[in-house]
Ligand binder design. Structure first.
Ligand code: GDP
Length: 297
């Protein structure tokens, strides 16, 4: 599958080593657990999440009186599915109007992800509209315009330096007038100025909540899977400034650090909703936890 293919590097970096460890040990002992913990940490699962997974593994091994290391793979798969939640979480299949706010720092693949989502939902028959509320960089709106054209949707934009909340206001009015079913809003993600970012996002939130209270409102953070623990750090900071509903994890295909999915879920309580598996317009998938766990082992 596409997901399995995207996880090639993560498998080389992690699953392969787990296999080696399993074939090296004849029985499960403390040293085995220690080495497995190190492998999890090295795969960007995060220290606390790795320890948690190993504790659960130990409990299962003990309860089921398992001695054969070969059985560990299946147990790890089970633990990962439990940790991620079995059900894939995509954008709610709402019948009424929906607004999706997308946040994330530059370079993570935010514009690409928005373009892919616009395309996906347009293909599924929804009326989609984009809004360029990243008015800080002229290039951001330009790039979004290219994706809007590819996906065959309209884009609401103002001039560089305009008030992002004003763009959002106009986009809401346009969405209502045109019967838009999904409005996707791109925002600037300048994390180095946390106070400004917080204020900007607050203002946008207020405009949305007052301007279109009947719409279903979701906020996704875009993270780059190749940045590992750095992505977790970004998620922590964004969680402090905005109310997030989920994560779009990009560049899973180029990353050996797919384990970061587990750290994000467990440390931040945020579900990964979509994963980027390539640069093409169709290379975005709703995240499937079971498929992920099965692709790993
Ligand atoms: P932004 O600055 O966050 O809007 O980032 P862009 O959307 O411009 O993406 C930055 C780079 O990452 C571009 O070269 C994209 O083609 C690439 N990219 C985005 N998503 C993916 C993905 O899922 N896989 C791969 N391999 N590349 C991606």
């Amino acid at each position: 599958s596409r997901l399995k293919q995207a996880l090639t590097k993560t498998r080389d970096n992690f699953s392969q080593r787990v296999e080696e460890l399993i074939s090296y040990y004849r029985e499960i002992d403390d040293e085995f657990f220690e080495e497995l913990t190190d492998l999890l940490i090295a795969a960007d699962v995060g220290v606390s999440t790795s320890l948690k997974i190993i504790e659960e593994l130990k409990a299962k091994v003990k309860a089921q009186k398992i001695g054969d290391p070969e059985k560990v793979k299946g147990l790890l798969r089970e633990i990962i599915i439990e940790l991620l939640g079995d059900e894939p979480v995509g954008l709610d299949q709402h019948s009424g109007p929906q607004i999706l706010l997308v946040v994330g720092v530059n370079g993570v693949g935010k514009t690409t992800a928005i373009g892919k989502l616009a395309n996906k939902y347009t293909r599924e028959g929804k009326k989609v509209l984009l809004a360029a509320a990243d008015t800080f960089r002229a290039a951001a709106a330009e790039q979004l315009a290219v994706w809007a054209q590819r996906a065959g949707v309209s884009l609401i934009r103002h001039q560089e330096g305009a008030d992002p909340a004003a763009v959002v206001y106009d986009a809401l009015e346009a969405a209502k007038a045109r019967g838009t079913e999904l409005l996707i809003i791109d925002t600037a993600g300048r994390l180095h100025n946390k106070k400004n970012l917080m204020e900007e996002l607050r203002k946008i939130n207020r405009v949305i909540e007052r301007g279109y209270p009947e719409a279903d409102y979701t906020a996704y953070l875009v993270l780059d899977a190749t940045t590992g623990q750095n992505a977790v750090q970004q998620a922590k900071v964004f969680s402090e400034v905005a109310k997030l509903d989920g994560i779009i994890l990009t560049k899973l295909d180029g990353s050996a650090r797919g384990g970061v999915v587990l750290a994000i879920r467990s440390e931040l309580g945020l579900p990964v909703c979509f994963v980027g598996v390539g640069e093409g317009i169709d290379d975005l998938q709703p995240f499937d936890p079971r498929g992920f766990a099965e692709a790993l082992f």
